[in-house]
Design a protein. Structure first.
Length: 287
């Protein structure tokens, strides 16, 4: 078992941090998440989001995935064309009129045909200049978070983008855009899967619906069936979620650790604060 992050980072490389601020990001929870992770051959993360765990581990072989196409394009561009990305981003100003012009691009009929570089730059720019870094789409699938009015946001963090690119390249990371269950079909004994799905909530208007049709309890049950499959194959997994009665009952046969986390991203300031989350494992603690 690994109790120290440095044991993964055998070349003492600088630890990259996420190049995006993403809802449910795990930077504040890295210590309990990384504690006792078993050594593994191949790392899988079907809901990568900002990738805090991935970048902290810097695995030798990895497959990451997300349903958000814009996010997946950003990862691919950071991996394969980071210098062009830096060159473009460094020229974009922190101005309201420019922000809304960039934000409105997804309303154009040819948005899907635009170069991946432009998609990646747009997402990163909006993420660092919109209100509270909140990725949010309306019912039509259009980005609708307003301008953040920040004095000096770090739109283009050149060093971190280059370090993130280096991590993605060294591990020859496979970057996918598909259903979570399909991502882990190739996982086998000796591999490790970290699952950080949209969280379960007691509130119907919860943030789990940040994109498209959201992630309902039918999806949560399907995810449970997927981790059962992984467990039977001898694949180690770790899953994060909220500590709702539904989730606690759903995973009751596995090791469950309840932790407290701060929720910094919420459109309503009253919705930010400490929340109870769970870490579900099929390794380490006795079941």
């Amino acid at each position: 078992m690994c109790t120290n992050l440095k044991s993964f980072n055998t070349q003492n490389a600088p630890i990259a941090i996420p190049f995006l601020k993403w809802a449910g990001g795990k930077r504040q929870l890295l210590e309990p998440i990384l504690k006792d992770i078993p050594h593994f051959n191949h790392y899988y993360e079907p809901f990568v989001g900002g990738g805090a765990v991935y970048f902290a581990l810097q695995p030798k072989r990895a497959t990451i995935n997300d349903l958000n196409k814009e996010l997946v394009l950003a990862y691919k561009v950071v991996k394969d064309d980071v210098e062009s990305l830096i060159s473009l981003l460094s020229k974009w100003p922190n101005e309201s009129s420019f922000f809304y012009r960039i934000r409105s691009m997804d309303r154009l009929n040819n948005f899907g045909d635009m170069p991946p570089l432009l998609h990646a730059a747009r997402l990163i720019y909006l993420n660092h200049t919109c209100y509270n870094g909140l990725y949010r789409e309306n019912k039509k699938g259009f980005f609708n978070t307003p301008f953040g009015k920040y004095q000096n946001p770090k739109i283009c963090s050149e060093d971190n983008l280059r370090q993130a690119s280096s991590v993605l390249q060294k591990s020859n990371t496979e970057i996918l855009n598909m259903d979570f269950a399909d991502v882990v079909l190739r996982a086998k004994g000796g591999d490790f899967v970290y699952l950080d799905p949209p969280y379960d909530s007691l509130k119907p208007d919860s943030f789990t619906a940040y994109q498209g049709g959201g992630f309902n309890r039918t999806d949560q049950i399907r995810l449970k069936q997927t981790v059962d499959m992984l467990d039977k194959k001898g694949v180690s997994f770790l899953l994060s979620n909220t500590a709702t009665p539904f989730i606690l009952d759903l995973y009751k046969e596995y090791s469950i650790q309840i932790i407290t986390a701060k929720r910094p991203i919420n459109s309503n300031g009253k919705g930010r604060g400490n929340v109870e989350e769970v870490l579900v494992r099929n390794y380490g603690q006795k079941r």
